[in-house]
Ligand binder design. Structure first.
Ligand SMILES: [Fe+2]
Length: 233
């Protein structure tokens, strides 16, 4: 058997069907993310790769929760859409209302199979899910969409266990040197990221099980950067 064919069979590397390429839900949403990133000058810490990462975390949490709560299936699309567009209204880069308006326009304009209450819920989720909003106001009451809210919120929190991303944000938006970005990121991780669980921010089993591994990877990354930045070169 040809080696590549074998790997393809094992890992499922066949391409997806042609009919889904440009009109799929994901194709439309990621195109919108690329447009928004360019329009609002969003740096790579909150750009396309972050949208990929939150979607994959959200999918994992969703699948884990679905085994216990089959009724969650009704909210799968809301979870994925909210995840992908959630930073397209981030106050760090734009007026929140401007971003929310553009997201709503997209969701109403494109035929994504979302009801108007789904679209209202997506707006509610993405405008209340950030760490700072939760710190300030606690969790909102979103009725039937509450579980979807926590999944998207936790997926974004899991993306925060990326030390390089935190430095990239500091360097891109505050023009920090890498040394200053490192120190700022250490402060943020100590005050915030490493305390997510202590602050009761994880509700799902998936996140509770995963965060210690992510923390360990961060500690390794931090010590690697510390070694590099202390080199006498
Ligand atoms: Fe985010």
């Amino acid at each position: 058997m040809d080696g590549n064919v074998g790997l393809t069979a094992v890992f499922g590397l066949n391409s997806i069907g042609d009919s889904r390429r440009s009109s799929s839900l994901f194709a439309k949403l990621f195109k919108f993310v690329i447009y928004t990133v360019a329009k609002h000058n969003i740096d790579e810490s909150h750009g396309l790769s972050h949208a990929f990462n939150i979607l994959l975390h959200a999918n994992k949490i969703y699948e884990s929760e679905l085994t216990k709560y089959p009724e969650l299936a009704k909210y799968e699309k809301v979870i994925y859409v909210a995840s992908i567009v959630h930073d397209a209204c981030d106050k760090k880069y734009m007026e929140v209302e401007v971003g929310l308006y553009e997201i709503e326009q997209l969701l109403f304009r494109e035929n994504m199979g979302l009801s108007s209450s789904d679209i209202a819920a997506i707006r509610d989720i993405i405008s209340t899910m950030s760490y700072s909003k939760v710190k300030q106001h606690g969790f909102p009451a979103l009725g039937e969409y509450q579980h979807a809210y926590h999944i998207v919120r936790e997926a974004d929190l899991l993306c925060a266990y990326d030390f390089d991303r935190c430095m990239i944000y500091q360097m891109s938006t505050h023009n920090s040197s890498i040394e200053d970005a490192f120190d700022d990121a250490i402060r943020l991780f100590n005050n915030r990221v490493f305390r997510h669980n202590d602050h009761g921010l994880f509700i799902t089993d998936y996140s509770k099980q995963l965060f210690p591994t992510l923390e360990m990877q961060c500690y390794e990354r931090i010590s690697h950067w510390r070694k590099l930045l202390n080199l006498s070169i």
